[in-house]
Design a protein around this ligand. Structure first.
Ligand code: G3H
Ligand code: ZN
Length: 285
């Protein structure tokens, strides 16, 4: 059934566990996430990012409607989340397209502008029944370089600033910069767990980890133990899908039916989803 990210995250946070949230780009991603979550007998969040919408010729509805249909038919609770939204036009499409939540990303802006833009987005979101996650601006940016946001390598969330940001913006969850970086294709990153615990002790809303594909299992478990309640995974699915398809096509150079290689790509993503949920959604010991 279709549920909301707000309820899944609240339930996970109360159990000191986390809900896994996967970015989907194609229908095969959607099917793999739902099937993988069903195999793990666990709820899951399907995320469509603004970048993914751009890839789909700027149209949100075709993939969103497929995701809603997949969620409604699923044997486990599935939420639909609009991710890394920078455009107000896209934000305003969310409720009608079936989304119960959005991540509004003004993190490239200086602090005061990030607060103002996020406050406006949060007011609009709440007036339209949406749960909203936001990201705090860059902490460790270098002079003279364009800001890359809170997930620039080396960026860190300041606990006191995070607390003030949540109070001033009114968001329901906060994406924190504690050492993860987006789009890593190897699982070699390590988090600043002491900082994460400090932010967890300072901020009242659930914390979200982005760029989680770069983290090995033990780092993911420690992040959940340290207070992360929603874990965003994107690149790991593409690593699995593309690797499996590359191997299949190398072994079958005569293959032309797209279903044959998409099947192995989808199955590889399904296994990745089940495995990662097993790590992320385990209740705290
Ligand atoms: O919002 C999406 C996630 O942060 C995905 O990051 O592709 O590095 O796993 P990732
Ligand atoms: Zn992200």
């Amino acid at each position: 059934p279709l549920v909301t990210t707000g309820e899944l995250t609240a339930r996970a946070a109360a159990a000191r566990s986390a809900v896994a949230a996967f970015n989907v780009v194609t229908l095969e991603h959607v099917e793999a996430v739902v099937t993988g979550a069903e195999a793990a007998r666990s709820p899951v969040v399907l995320q469509i990012s603004e970048n993914a919408v751009r890839y789909r010729h700027g149209r949100l509805l075709p993939l969103a409607r497929a995701a809603v249909a997949a969620a409604e038919a699923a044997a486990v609770p599935v939420a639909l989340h609009l991710d890394h939204v920078r455009s107000d036009t896209l934000l305003h499409q969310a409720p009608e397209a079936g989304f119960g939540s959005v991540m509004y990303d003004a993190s490239r802006l200086p602090y005061a502008q990030n607060v103002a833009a996020t406050r406006a987005a949060a007011d609009w979101a709440h007036a339209h029944g949406l749960w909203i996650e936001a990201e705090l601006g860059e902490v460790g940016g270098k002079d003279g370089e364009p800001p890359l946001g809170a997930h620039a390598p080396g960026a860190r969330t300041d606990p006191a600033e995070a607390r003030a940001f949540v109070a001033a913006s009114g968001v329901d969850a906060l994406a924190v910069a504690v050492g993860s970086v987006h789009a890593m294709t190897t699982r070699t990153a390590a988090l600043d767990h002491a900082l994460l615990r400090e932010v967890f002790g300072t901020v009242a809303v659930p914390l979200v980890l982005h760029g989680s594909s770069g983290l090995p299992d033990d780092q993911l478990s420690a992040a959940v133990a340290g207070g992360i309640a929603k874990v965003n995974v994107g690149t790991a699915l593409n690593v699995a899908m593309t690797g499996a398809i590359r191997e299949f096509l190398a072994a079958h150079p005569e293959a032309v039916d797209s279903r044959h290689y998409l099947t192995v790509g989808r199955e590889a993503m399904t296994r990745t989803v089940t495995d990662l949920i097993g790590v992320i959604a385990r209740p705290a010991p």
